[in-house]
Design a protein around this ligand. Structure first.
Ligand SMILES: *Cc1c(COP(=O)(O)O)cnc(C)c1O
Length: 466
């Protein structure tokens, strides 16, 4: 593999200066409102990809990350950080592939400390941040919004790290009690939980609002870790390679991905751009199906967010979709005009040429709560597998769209115990709940509840960061 040590990151909106890897991982939105993407996709040699079949998860991660990282991190340090990051996983395979039938698989992404796939990235990022910050004798204040799982993963990744304070916004009362407790039971002084009286999109809006004040952002040394952060996407590419090289005839794989902010599935797209061959990526949505409607009609039209049993994908504003749109046209003026339309009219229309490109690799579906409950029951009875509601959305959309000769891999994005309230009601049994989750129940919680506006959040930041 040719090392691409000078890979630069550019904004989808075309009006921000390009950044190096070390700079881009500390950024959220680009100053022009866009998202950073590598200027080109590095391609892995097909022989190297084949050889992944005999490598550990950590070894594959090294080869996947390497082309995105510059000389600011040596090979041996990169390997060390990767090794260290995945020690906190309870399964030695990190993301094991579970066979349901000979043509259906679950890629289990929930063996990290907070029971959802977000740990895969966050365990790595916290260590990477700490390394860079320590080296420069710097500190950072991380500000993130969570629909439940990102925040928990960030909090667990960064707890007790001296170089960072972490402020996490979550929609008050709109995440599951277990999701909340994974965050609010952490006692570290550098962790601040903020519950906003609004939905997830409101939380994201507050973050965007605060970041858009550039002098404030600079003076408070604010950094982002939500799914628009490049390093998170990068970390998620690994498991597509890991999974595909553990399944025979992997070129027939269709990945079904429960999708909210479009980060996880975009990582799948990147794996394909880097040379991994497979059939399709399914954008699996619940009642909040804006992306499914977009793929069907070309109309990207915001609707109100509906609360469902799969709260981590109760999202209308799917930030990372912009990265795909940019890649499909490579025209930042066009992206600017689409995003202006979205701001002004709460909708935009995709051109035929962009739609055609997207549809080459992407399919989409939408599964409602009733279907989710049915499939959770069915898998419990038929296979003795307890699906979490997000995974269930993926399985339903996958089974709907997969063809006879194809292999369905659904990304199992969370452990059912994280959503035990809804899952145990559906299957009338809670034997899937782990001891660790039971322990959370009696633990003391710490969070600040605020109204839905950015000034209240700012004043909390101001109190901590003088
Ligand atoms: C975050 C999350 C998703 C959605 O992932 P995106 O990258 O936002 O599309 C799906 N399922 C679970 C359990 C999650 O935590």
């Amino acid at each position: 593999m040719k090392a691409n040590n000078n890979l630069k990151y550019i904004s989808t909106r075309g009006h921000a200066s390009q950044l190096s890897f070390k700079d881009v991982i500390f950024e959220g939105l680009a100053p022009d409102g866009g998202l950073y993407v590598p200027e080109s996709w590095p391609c892995l040699d097909s022989k190297l990809i084949t050889s992944f079949a005999n490598m550990s998860y950590q070894e594959i991660a090294y080869f996947v990350f390497k082309p995105y990282i510059d000389s600011s991190l040596t090979d041996s340090l990169l390997k060390e950080i990767i090794r260290d990051s995945y020690k906190s996983f309870s399964n030695s395979e990190i993301t094991p592939v579970r066979e349901v039938t000979d043509s259906e698989f679950l890629l289990e992404l929930f063996h990290g400390p907070t029971y959802a796939f977000k740990d895969v990235a966050m365990q790595f990022i916290s260590r990477l941040f700490d390394y860079y910050l320590d080296q420069d004798n710097e500190k950072i204040n991380i500000l993130g919004a969570t629909s439940g799982d990102t925040g928990a993963a960030a909090i667990h990744g960064f707890q007790g790290i001296d170089s960072a304070n972490v402020f996490i916004l979550h929609p008050y009362n709109l995440i599951s009690p277990t999701q909340r407790k994974f965050m609010t039971t952490i006692k570290s002084k550098n962790i601040i939980n903020i519950a906003v009286k609004g939905n997830f999109d409101d939380c994201q809006k507050i973050i965007k609002d605060i970041f858009s004040n550039k002098s404030y952002k600079r003076s408070k040394k604010l950094g982002a870790i939500n799914s628009i952060n490049w390093a998170r996407i990068m970390c998620q590419i690994t498991y597509y390679f890991y999974c595909a090289t553990r399944i025979s005839n992997s070129e027939n794989i269709v990945f079904s991905v429960p999708t909210g902010n479009f980060g996880d599935i975009f990582a799948g797209y990147i794996s394909n751009m880097m040379g991994l061959k497979f059939k399709k990526l399914i954008i699996a949505t619940n009642e909040n199906n804006i992306l499914h409607r977009t793929l069907k009609t070309g109309d990207h039209k915001l609707a109100d967010v509906v609360s469902t049993t799969s709260p981590s994908i109760d999202i209308q504003v799917s930030s990372n979709f912009e990265r795909l749109l940019y890649d499909a046209c490579k025209d930042s003026d066009h992206i600017n005009s689409l995003m202006n339309d979205l701001n002004k009219n709460k909708s935009f229309k995709l051109s035929e040429s962009i739609l055609r490109k997207i549809r080459k690799l992407f399919l989409s579906g939408s599964a409602n709560q009733d279907k989710v409950a049915c499939i959770i029951k069915e898998y419990q009875e038929k296979y003795n597998i307890t699906l979490d509601p997000h995974t269930a959305v993926g399985v339903i959309c996958g089974k709907d769209l997969v063809n006879d000769n194809e292999k369905l891999v659904t990304l199992s994005t969370a452990h059912p115990a994280k959503f035990k309230e809804s899952v145990s009601e559906i299957i009338s049994n809670d034997s899937f709940v782990t001891d660790r989750v039971r322990e959370l129940e009696s633990m003391e919680e710490k969070m600040i509840i605020v109204e839905n506006n950015s000034n209240d959040v700012k004043s909390i930041i101001d109190e901590v960061v003088q």
